[in-house]
Design a protein around this ligand. Structure first.
Ligand SMILES: NC(=O)C1=CN([C@@H]2O[C@H](COP(=O)(O)OP(=O)(O)OC[C@H]3O[C@@H](n4cnc5c(N)ncnc54)[C@H](O)[C@@H]3O)[C@@H](O)[C@H]2O)C=CC1
Ligand SMILES: O=C(O)C(=O)COP(=O)(O)O
Length: 330
């Protein structure tokens, strides 16, 4: 059997031992270490399979070049960076790896919620700057979490894991997820809210866990944030473009939001002049203390990352050997 050529599109800093262990007997695995889609062109045409993470996109123009490809694997959950329609039109299946880091992301969402609502970063920063000033009640009037509403947009794997954690904190968990069938929510003791605007009106914390689609782009916008009670919180560990990030500084400055925990931004890294980044860097801006920004790391643990890579390589192996595919999303 001729050897296949498998490419990993994004930057990979190591020797790809996991991928080579799984594919080495049938394929050569090559990291393209591309930072932009243009870097792929001229190097991807003969690939029998393409693996990618979230740092690069596979658009229609790249799909058109895939002359030998049996599978595109998005090593990760969110496949918004792959043009699935273009791939389907060319008969190339796209699969994701949906089950490698659910707990990590839910832990991060709840970690951000606790850090914000307990004032942990805020008080730490203030204490560091003001020697001898141990005041806290006047500067951070914290409230009890128990009984307050944790509002989830998207009760899938991660939303559910976050719901169970929020329930353990004694919170009243509500969710908005039109595609989700009834029944499961009752089994885990969370309540459905039919109208998204109502979720915002009711929630002390809104936490985003839906995929990025045309429908969910800016599902959290300035208008909806405006429906929340003053002093509410927003957490986004899903995809940057689900939230109108530029609306956050005004919402923090007006006191509408008491804090925001943001793991994902529409462009990563964001441009240095992004209004949220500028406000968060400025010690004189309330966003400095009240926004927690992370570099799209919610999924990451050493174990989870290895799990993701192993499952991605196993998916490629199945495709190259003509075995039934799993987790096809197009
Ligand atoms: N920050 C990070 O490191 C990570 C982020 N993610 C993001 O989290 C997202 C969710 O992951 P999972 O829970 O594993 O996916 P999932 O597919 O299990 O759940 C997604 C849920 O969103 C719901 N949904 C779809 N459209 C909706 C809409 N318009 N309004 C409300 N709900 C809607 C679906 O019905 C489903 O229940 C992924 O799509 C990905 O973008 C995933 C892993 C890591
Ligand atoms: O799984 C996902 O969707 C993620 O966002 C995690 O990051 P990744 O894209 O897999 O590097």
């Amino acid at each position: 059997m001729p050897r296949f050529r498998v490419v990993i599109a994004d930057f990979i800093a190591d020797e790809m031992r996991a991928e080579r262990d799984i594919l080495g007997d049938i394929a050569d695995v090559e990291a393209l270490n591309a930072f932009s889609e243009a870097d792929l062109h001229g190097r991807i045409e003969t690939a029998a399979a393409v693996m990618l993470y979230h740092n690069i996109a596979i658009t229609r123009a790249t799909v058109a070049r895939l002359d030998a490809c049996k599978l595109i694997v998005r090593c990760g959950v969110g496949y918004d960076n792959v043009d699935r329609v273009a791939a389907r039109e060319r008969g190339i299946p796209v699969a994701n790896v949906p089950d490698y880091g659910t707990e990590e992301v839910a832990d991060s969402a709840i970690g951000l919620t606790l850090a914000l609502t307990r004032g942990i970063n805020f008080l730490n920063g203030r204490l560091q700057r003001r020697a001898g000033d141990w005041s806290y009640m006047q500067v951070a009037p914290l409230v009890r979490l128990r009984g307050r509403v944790f509002g989830i947009i998207g009760l899938g794997s991660i939303g559910t894991a976050a719901a169970l954690r929020a329930k353990a904190l004694g919170m009243d968990v509500a969710f908005y997820d039109p595609p989700k069938a009834d029944g499961f929510d009752k089994a885990i003791g969370v309540r459905r809210v039919e109208a998204l605007d109502d979720l915002f009106r009711q929630s002390f914390v809104v936490s985003v866990h839906c995929p990025l689609t045309d429908e969910t782009r800016h599902i959290v916008d300035a208008r909806r944030i405006g429906l929340m009670a003053d002093g509410s919180y927003l957490v986004n560990t899903a995809r940057g473009a689900t939230v109108e990030a530029a609306a956050i500084p005004a919402a923090i400055r007006s006191g509408k939001l008491a804090g925001a925990g943001i793991d994902v931004l529409p462009f990563e890294p964001p441009p240095e002049d992004h209004p949220l980044l500028v406000a968060w860097r400025d010690p004189a801006d309330p966003c400095h203390d009240r926004v927690i920004l992370n570099p799209h790391a919610a999924f990451y643990s050493e174990e989870g990352l290895l799990d993701m890579r192993v499952k991605g390589a196993q998916a490629v192996r199945r495709a190259l050997l003509g075995e039934p595919l799993r987790n096809v999303v197009n």
